[in-house]
Design a binder for this molecule. Structure first.
Ligand SMILES: C[S@@+](CC[C@H](N)C(=O)[O-])C[C@H]1O[C@@H](n2cnc3c(N)ncnc32)[C@H](O)[C@@H]1O
Length: 271
């Protein structure tokens, strides 16, 4: 795989809203890692990641899963980790890891090259997600595993059911602005069928959801996303400045609670 294009070209061409150049990005990556790495690592262990494997991590972001993979396939294994903006990955400098500036929507991948291909919370943001998933499946060696993890916003806060749950206008505005940019908030739910349709075998899926309340990483994740989308949601007229400020402050309320969206992990093996 060669680096294709420059970072600024990739960012200009991509509709991705939560770009890694923002001041909120590092807080988002800390929160994503704290919220979701334990489950991701459990799945990777169950799939048998071991020394010597060749792995591909797509849209590696802050690099927490890339770091775990690199350590678990060392010394003979090899990891390629990609991103349209790999600024958080470049400082990793791990000997068995190659960081690639790469857009999964448009750039080619080597075929039949990897024992494992993983992505988390990337394809939901990519309008060409089905083509990208097919390319990721084609990058597997025979017997290799594809595992993708994506959101499914089917579980909403429901104050009618549980009065303490908060359904905020800013949360709805965030979903709306992301939808405008082609984000699929239910892609996680469709993964199982997509992997089967790609001809993978031993396909399975598991969803996990959390209660996000004061002090949990989910609150830090919401805060980073709200702050980064401030101009976009207010500019679009989806929420007023006053509502936004109130919802942002509400995240610090010790009484705040909401169920997280479901994060589906789906995996399958190339025959
Ligand atoms: C929400 S973050 C998730 C990061 C990491 N996978 C995790 O779960 O912690 C999405 C990441 O995907 C990257 N990304 C977005 N569109 C991409 C694309 N078309 N190709 C490759 N990476 C992309 C972003 O730059 C960002 O680093």
């Amino acid at each position: 795989m060669e680096n294709s294009g420059t970072r600024s070209q990739h960012l200009a061409e991509s509709p991705y809203l939560l770009d890694n150049a923002s001041k909120e990005a590092s807080a988002r990556f800390v929160a994503l890692s704290a919220a979701f790495d334990p489950g991701t690592i459990r799945h990777l262990e169950d799939l048998g990641v071991r020394p010597g494997w060749h792995c591909l991590e797509v849209g590696g972001g802050g690099g927490s899963i890339a770091t775990w993979l690199a350590a678990h396939i060392a010394p003979a294994g090899y990891l390629v980790v990609t991103d349209i903006d790999p600024r958080f990955l470049e400082p990793m400098e791990i000997s068995n890891t190659e960081v690639r500036l790469h857009n999964i929507a448009t750039d080619p991948l080597p075929e039949a090259a990897f024992d494992l291909v993983h992505a988390r919370l990337v394809l939901m943001h990519v309008p060409e997600r089905e083509k990208a998933l097919a390319r990721m499946a084609a990058a597997l060696r025979p017997g290799g595993w594809l595992i993708d993890e994506e959101i499914d916003i089917s579980v909403y806060p429901d104050p009618a059911l549980i009065p303490e749950e908060v359904l905020s206008k800013t949360f709805a505005a965030m979903l709306r602005i992301m939808g405008d940019r082609g984000v699929d908030h239910k892609f996680g739910r469709r993964l199982f069928g997509q992997l089967r349709a790609l001809g993978l075998v031993d396909v399975a899926a598991e969803g996990r959801t959390f209660l996000w309340s004061s002090g949990t990483p989910g609150i830090s994740l919401l805060r980073a996303n709200y702050e980064q989308l401030h101009d976009a949601v207010i500019g679009a007229g989806y929420v007023t400045e006053q509502e936004f400020e109130q919802d942002l402050a509400g995240l610090d309320d010790p009484a705040f609670m909401m169920p997280s969206p479901v994060l589906w992990a789906a995996w399958g093996r190339r025959p």
